[in-house]
Design a protein around this ligand. Structure first.
Ligand code: NDP
Length: 350
């Protein structure tokens, strides 16, 4: 990994000056944008104007932006966005301006959000209602690292299937950003966790996070591992952010009336499913959740974030920052994430 990072560091950034139509408040800032969908080579490091916050928005000076798989979906076109588009929706930093009606934050406050508009920039906007204050003891890098993936792990373990002590949970890609946090939160709730990972090195991380058993699913059958883990019964819940490659095996790993939380597409989107399949496989439940619906109100967002920050403070939640890249090298960070070379969180630093 270290070798790859230094190799990527030698790749020079593309500079291209283009301005968007939004109103200027001062000179432009560096950003990562796409003008067309495609691979990482479509990411352009360029200046954009700094927009003024609209009513209800804050502007922040980004100190750290989080890279998430969703950024690759927006870049590739799997998730449609209007072009040109400034990448990134997770960041932490310092408030530099507030729009009309914002009462919760003032210039100079440190905030974090998983709903930033164009987090891959030196300055970006976010709805104040979707921001949380960053506690004094938490660095901006740590806050940016835990927002999107941490909130996701929180809602999956606490609400999509509110894990209870002794229940069994299969967590795919357990050494990834969501995965490492999800394993820890599941363990906090007393669940028994079977983790899947792509390599032996990742297996070590999943075990350290609290997984009772780990299946290296690149060479082992995880459905057989799930049956062995549960004495043949099947898992209570499967958390599957891998998508296309694991969907069938995930379904086959569940106990009757268990739940598949299919929450991502790292290997590609899951094809259409016939509801009858769920009947045949044991009256299963299937949900395809997304974060926005689990932080729909400011109160819910802040309650989840408060849990995460409290767990970080008491040492019960460890946030692994696996790699940092300068903003100008975001394309290298995308390549690393998509080639399964990363563990934990990947941060982009303006
Ligand atoms: P990760 O850090 O977990 O990286 C993805 C991991 O998926 C890889 O490291 C790899 O782990 C595994 N993987 C398996 N097959 C592939 C493949 N063909 N290509 C690439 N990776 C593969 O990413 P994130 O934590 O950012 O996201 C994890 C998943 O969660 C994504 O699908 C994402 O879209 C989803 N997500 C969903 C949210 C929601 O609310 N619905 C919110 C946040 C994330 P390994 O090598 O161990 O297999």
């Amino acid at each position: 990994m270290r070798f790859l990072v230094s190799l990527w560091s030698s790749v020079s950034a593309v500079l291209d000056l283009t301005c968007s139509a939004r109103s200027l408040t001062h000179a432009g800032v560096k950003s990562i944008r796409i003008h067309e969908n495609g691979g990482p080579e479509k990411l352009v490091f360029e200046d954009i104007p700094v927009p003024a916050p609209a009513a209800g928005e804050i502007r922040l000076r980004v100190e750290a932006a989080g890279l998430n798989f969703i950024d690759t979906y927006k870049r590739s076109g799997l998730y449609a966005v209007a072009l040109p588009h400034t990448l990134g929706q997770e960041a932490a930093g310092v408030v530099t301006a507030v729009g009309a009606g914002v009462v919760d934050f003032r210039v100079g406050d440190r905030v974090a959000s998983a709903a930033v508009t164009g987090a891959c920039a030196e300055e970006a906007l976010a709805p104040a209602a979707q921001c949380v204050p960053v506690p004094a003891g938490v660095s901006s890098q740590l806050a940016a690292a835990v927002m999107l993936q941490g909130l996701t792990a929180h809602y999956l373990a606490c609400d999509t299937w509110p894990l209870r002590a002794g229940e069994t949970a299969l967590v795919h890609a357990a050494a990834g950003g969501v995965g490492l946090l999800l394993v820890q939160i599941a363990r906090k709730r007393g669940a028994r966790v079977l983790a899947t990972v792509g390599t032996d090195e990742k297996a070590v991380l999943a075990r350290e996070a609290g997984a009772e058993a780990v299946c290296v699913y690149s060479r082992e059958n995880f459905t057989e591992a799930a049956r062995a883990f549960t004495g043949g019964r099947g898992m209570d819940v499967v958390y599957d952010g891998v998508g296309r490659e694991t969907f069938d095996g995930s379904i086959a790993s569940l106990r009757p009336r268990g739940l598949l939380a299919s929450f991502g597409n790292a290997s590609g989107p899951v094809p259409p499913v016939a509801p009858l399949l769920l009947s045949q496989k044991g009256s299963l439940f299937l949900t395809r959740p997304t974060l926005a619906h689990y932080v729909a109100t400011t109160a819910e967002l802040r309650a989840r974030a408060a849990d995460l920050f409290a767990w970080i403070a008491d040492g019960s939640l460890c946030v692994r920052i696996g790699a940092t890249f300068p903003l100008a090298r975001t394309a290298d960070a995308h390549r690393a994430l998509e080639s399964r070379a990363t563990t934990g969180k990947v941060l982009l630093l303006p």
